[in-house]
Write a protein that binds this ligand. Structure first.
Ligand code: APR
Length: 253
């Protein structure tokens, strides 16, 4: 089927949907210049294994190295901006909410770009790279609660190291956020999956649960992924080009 026809079909269904769940992954931020884990392992970092850097044991082993890796990723996020895919999703949220329909955006990304682009209700499954937490007590720390004389800096309350506010390999996802995401997936009648390889659990199960509960599943990805086999429509293309096309289409209904 020609691509435009697939866009039209996906948009027609979306225009009629009542309860939309969107799942995004690293691909949605690719056009903003945010490297995925694996892409970020270049240059100085090429000799490290991402699963080792992004883990509590990696941080215990070499806190300075892990902190510096995250500082570099943070400055990359600070240098870059949301792209048309993020803005299209923010617009889609407004369209749904203004017609009293349900909209939930679940993201695996830690860059905060969905919020920057104007999305209001975002479930961040893997945390946010801008935030800081105490490594010992796990609580979120404001700038005023951080002593910045060492690398990594230290928690002013207990003297433990500060760590980035992201979920590392081997750690649990935030329980409330996760439960809400799956609850919405079970109730959804449409699930839009964008720019995720669908390999990392439990996020990868969201479209599966939505489909099992009767949702229509549409995937946008520049390449086939683990989600493609369970999608009703696969839109092969860049998120920053495809999503604005869909938003333009649904405004016609
Ligand atoms: N538009 C659409 N899709 C794209 C684009 C683009 N411009 N560029 C890349 N993609 C797709 C790739 O084809 C791939 O399927 O985005 C996907 C990115 O996959 P991953 O890098 O595996 O990212 P993600 O699925 O979000 O990873 C999940 O794993 O690395 C950990 O915790 C990290 O949250 C992350 C999780």
């Amino acid at each position: 089927m020609p691509f435009q026809e697939l866009i039209n079909n996906a948009s027609e269904k979306l225009a009629k949907a009542d309860r939309l769940v969107v799942l995004t992954g690293a691909g949605v931020s690719a056009e903003s210049g945010i490297a995925t884990f694996r892409d970020a392992m270049q240059g100085l970092w090429a000799k490290f294994n991402p699963e080792e850097l992004a883990s509590p044991s990696g941080f215990r082993r070499d806190p300075k190295l892990v902190w510096e890796w995250y500082e570099e990723r943070r400055s990359n996020v600070a240098r870059n901006r949301p792209n048309p895919a993020h803005y299209a999703l923010a617009e889609l949220e407004k369209i749904f909410l203004s017609s009293n329909r349900k909209f939930t955006l679940v993201t695996q990304n830690v860059d905060g770009f969905h919020m920057q682009a104007g999305s209001n209700n975002v479930l961040e499954l893997h945390g946010n790279i801008v935030k800081n937490r105490c490594f010992r007590e796990d609580r979120l720390l404001s700038d005023a609660e951080i002593e910045r004389e060492t690398v990594p800096p230290k928690c002013k309350h207990c003297g433990s190291y500060v760590r980035p506010g992201v979920v590392w390999f081997g750690e649990n996802l935030p329980q409330d956020t996760l439960s809400e995401a799956f609850e919405k997936a079970e109730k959804a009648d449409y699930c839009l999956v964008i720019g995720t390889s669908g390999l990392v659990q439990p996020a990868a199960s969201i479209p599966v649960v939505a489909r099992q509960s009767g949702a229509f599943v549409v995937e946008i990805n520049s390449l086939e992924s683990a989600i493609t086999p369970i999608s009703h429509i696969f839109l092969q293309g860049k998120a920053g080009e495809t999503l604005p096309q869909i938003v333009t289409e649904i405004k016609k209904y």
